[in-house]
Design a protein around this ligand. Structure first.
Ligand code: HAM
Length: 406
């Protein structure tokens, strides 16, 4: 029997309504902020990602699905959406219509990573790319939109981590400072980070290995090395976030795993055990040089992408959490007033309670309660009513007891 490829999943009909709800909510929010949808092919020339995402990134070095087509051209399944969006922006001359262009996309991305909970090889991202984002106000607006989006999805318990990684002018001196700091500690670093000292020392800061994290604890921080322009941008941004009431934590370790970023970088993580180690639900930042680097006009830009499987996991959890406390089952006309009094009594105590208005048989009402995810049912039958009791049944354990009316 054929199976899906390791790290790839079908979305079956009984899950699809959740996906529609999620995608529609996201689309509604993005549209309110004047983003327009773009759809790009999932296959691109490998070179686009090499130049766009960066030759020394994990994605390009180890994770892309790359092959030659029948003409011997190297193609890759897209590992992320930004490089393709930039290509479409340049190729479609979207810059010629207006100075500002706000795009969003929703699609499957492919990375040959080690599959685990929340980490797949084929996964869905929605992302936005704001071209012509010349002001720090664009960063502010994007962060406000993210807050709105998460609120509308009912997601809380997250932290917004913010950083700046400088620009082509100031980052080289910061890199030098990191190399000078990490070189004497080289032996205590993981093999990957030993290599990164030469290739990409910033990435040592967000390495997951405990040894590397210990060594990085006192590493130089970027904010001590920013040039005037980057420093001003960062300060304006955090000042405005404070003034408009967006909550964030500054984290100098948010360096991101893609090469195109400069200045603002950010990630949103869910606190607690729910998502395990794969708890980053979205990430992004500024990439002021990428459009020019890929052959377009100099255009400042900022964007982010969100992993939909991780969001879906949270929504399922929320749904399970918010299941009904009680379903009240009245059996016969005479008990209806008592059933309604009980419904209100339980609700006034803060419980979430419902009943099946079709008032069919006990079996049918039990089935309905089960379908709604009720934790308990309360059955009020005419016999019990005469005795002044009702029956409370626990749906998980199937145990039941008689409880007197109060
Ligand atoms: P990224 O941090 O590589 O950024 O991915 C963004 C989000 O996609 C992650 O925070 C995570 O939720 C989800 N994700 C990434 N890899 C996987 C995986 N293997 N399985 C499941 N979910 C995953 C980018 O891709 C940038 N293009 C974001 C961006 C847009 N920056 C500027 N504009």
């Amino acid at each position: 029997m054929y199976q899906t490829i390791n790290g790839m999943k079908d979305i079956l009909p009984d899950e699809i309504h959740r996906w529609h709800y999620l995608e529609e909510t996201i689309r509604r929010v993005f549209t309110r902020y004047h983003y327009k949808e773009v759809r790009t092919p999932i296959l691109e020339r490998t070179d686009l990602f090499k130049r766009g995402v960066g030759e020394t990134t994990d994605i390009v070095e180890k994770e892309m699905y790359t092959f030659n087509d029948r003409n011997g051209k190297s193609l890759s399944l897209r590992p992320e959406g930004t490089a393709s969006a930039v290509r479409a922006y340049i190729q479609g001359k979207l810059y010629s219509n207006d100075h500002v262009c706000k795009l969003f996309y929703n699609g499957e991305m492919y990375r040959h990573e080690r599959p685990q909970k929340g980490r797949l090889r084929a996964f869905h991202q929605v992302g936005v790319e704001y071209f012509g984002a010349t002001s720090y106000l664009c960063d502010v607006e994007m962060m406000m939109m993210i807050e709105t989006l998460l609120k509308e999805l009912g997601i809380n318990g997250y932290h917004f981590y913010l950083n700046t990684i400088g620009c082509a002018h100031c980052r080289p001196t910061y890199k030098d400072a990191l190399v000078a700091y990490f070189t004497p500690k080289e032996k205590a670093l993981c093999p990957n980070c030993q290599r990164r000292i030469k290739t990409n020392p910033l990435r040592i800061l967000d390495c997951k290995f405990k040894g590397c994290q210990e060594q990085a604890a006192d590493a130089p921080i970027i904010t001590d090395h920013l040039c005037k322009a980057c420093d001003t941008h960062h300060h304006h941004l955090v000042d405005m976030l404070d003034q408009v009431g967006v909550h964030y934590c500054i984290d100098p370790k948010i360096v991101r795993g893609l090469d195109y970023y400069e200045r603002t970088t950010f990630e949103v993580r869910i606190e607690g055990e729910l998502l395990g180690t794969q708890n980053t639900i979205l990430g992004g930042g500024r990439y002021n040089g990428l459009v020019k680097q890929l052959g377009g006009p100099a255009t400042e830009a900022i964007g982010f992408a969100m992993g939909l499987e991780r969001i879906m996991f949270l929504l399922e959890h929320l749904e399970a959490q918010s299941s009904l406390d009680y379903v009240v089952i009245p059996l016969g006309e005479t008990v209806l007033p008592q059933a309604f009094k009980l419904l209100e009594q339980l609700r006034s105590m803060g419980a979430s309670v419902d009943f099946d208005p079709r008032l069919k048989s006990l079996k049918s009402q039990m089935r309905w309660a089960n379908k709604q995810g009720a934790k308990k049912v309360i059955i009020i039958g005419e016999e019990e009513f005469k005795k002044g009791v009702y029956i409370e049944k626990d749906m998980a354990t199937s145990t039941q007891k008689e409880i007197p009316f109060t």
